[in-house]
Design a protein around this ligand. Structure first.
Ligand code: ASP
Length: 355
């Protein structure tokens, strides 16, 4: 009898060990998914959408745009590759474009009707849905950095004008002289629009912003969206807005849900285009919502909003976005969009025109 009990105990022991060793399919796939997510990082950026045509572009200008796009995206990519956060990656990438006079953000911002530069920016952290934004600031070199400070160091989401600059001062930001933001070509664009305005009594809403020389009303807002090795998404956008804007007009760029959105459950998006329509179509959040509530892929959601919803209202522009699995899109309904993407394999895409 004693022998039987001992034998039963021994066989039960081996049985129990076996159960433990048996791989649990759910646990296995969970671990695998986690590993894949960690390896799946990437960054995608834009430098504005509009009537960007090859025939209007010199070879040297095209090369200059591509060079800055490459420097900007590699800056963020390096941060991600070294295990940095998506938030840091998008900020540093956007800084490169804000500091370049080629883009309508920071230095190189377009002029208001009054001949000033009023800058807007926003940022969103997909890991906790935290967000920060500034609008109508005139002295801040890198408005995206101030938007981040609003998110991290204030109880608010959006600050504007003088109050935003008072906050910047308290946060130790350096103030730039307005001349820092001046670029001759942007100033000439304003003069051309104002001349056209004087000579036409029937300017419609759109032509009031259209530079008759480049036949467009916007160019060069910058934005970035990234997924880091920790599985966190972030997006940010920075702009000077639209040439000839009046009455402290604010576009979509600083508006969370319109110009910028990020949610770890879906995607991170940055918009560029005719801001009034992007606000009305709530573009960035709409793409995320189509994924979250309707189960659309990022690609289909972006197409739905940029190729159908925005044009149906009469607007144009584009977005760049990355989803929680590292899929990236660069969708636009204009002639071109300055854009670049870089995935975990280090594959770099830089493009300007519609192909
Ligand atoms: N969306 C920006 C605005 O309306 C302009 C742009 O993206 O070019 O202010």
């Amino acid at each position: 009898m004693k022998k039987i009990v001992i034998l039963t105990l021994i066989s039960f022991f081996f049985y129990a060990c076996n159960i433990k060793k048996e791989p649990n399919p759910t646990e296995f796939s969970h671990k695998k998914a986690k590993k894949e997510q960690i390896e799946n990082f990437g960054i995608v950026i834009h430098g504005g959408a509009g009537t960007i045509l090859k025939e209007n572009m010199s070879d040297s200008l095209e090369a200059a745009y591509k060079q800055i796009l490459e420097i900007a995206i590699k800056k963020g990519y390096e941060i991600l590759e070294n295990g940095g956060t998506s938030l840091e990656a998008i900020a540093k990438t956007i800084n490169v474009m804000e500091n370049s006079p080629l883009f309508n953000a920071g230095k190189g911002a377009v002029f208001t009707h009054e001949g000033t530069n009023e800058l807007d920016a926003s940022v969103m952290d997909g890991s906790n849905l935290d967000a920060g934004a500034v609008s109508g600031v005139k002295k801040i070199k890198n408005p995206i950095d101030l938007a981040i400070k609003v998110m991290t160091n204030s109880p608010h989401v959006m600050l504007s004008g003088k109050g935003a600059e008072q906050f910047a001062l308290e946060q130790g930001f350096e103030f730039m002289d307005p001349s820092y933001f001046y670029t001759e070509s942007r100033f000439q664009s304003l003069q051309k629009i104002k001349d056209a305005e004087k000579n036409t009594s029937t300017l419609d809403a759109k032509s009031a912003f259209v530079d008759p020389y480049i036949k467009d009303y916007k160019f060069g807002t910058v934005g970035a969206a990234a997924l880091d090795k920790h599985g966190n998404l972030a997006a940010g956008t920075s702009t000077g807005g639209m040439t000839n804007k009046k009455w402290n007009r604010i576009g979509d760029a600083p508006i969370i849900g319109a110009g910028t959105y990020a949610n770890n459950a879906t995607c991170a998006v940055s918009s560029t285009g005719w801001g009034e329509f992007f606000i009305r179509a709530v573009v960035a959040h709409d793409i995320s919502a189509l994924m979250e509530y309707k189960g659309l892929s990022l690609k289909d959601a972006a197409k739905e909003v940029i190729q159908k919803k925005v044009p149906a209202l009469g607007g144009d522009g584009g977005i760049i976005a990355i989803d929680k699995d590292g899929n990236m899109v660069m969708e636009f309904n204009t002639e071109g969009m300055y854009r670049a993407s870089m995935n975990a394999k280090g594959e770099l895409v830089i493009a300007i025109y519609k192909d």
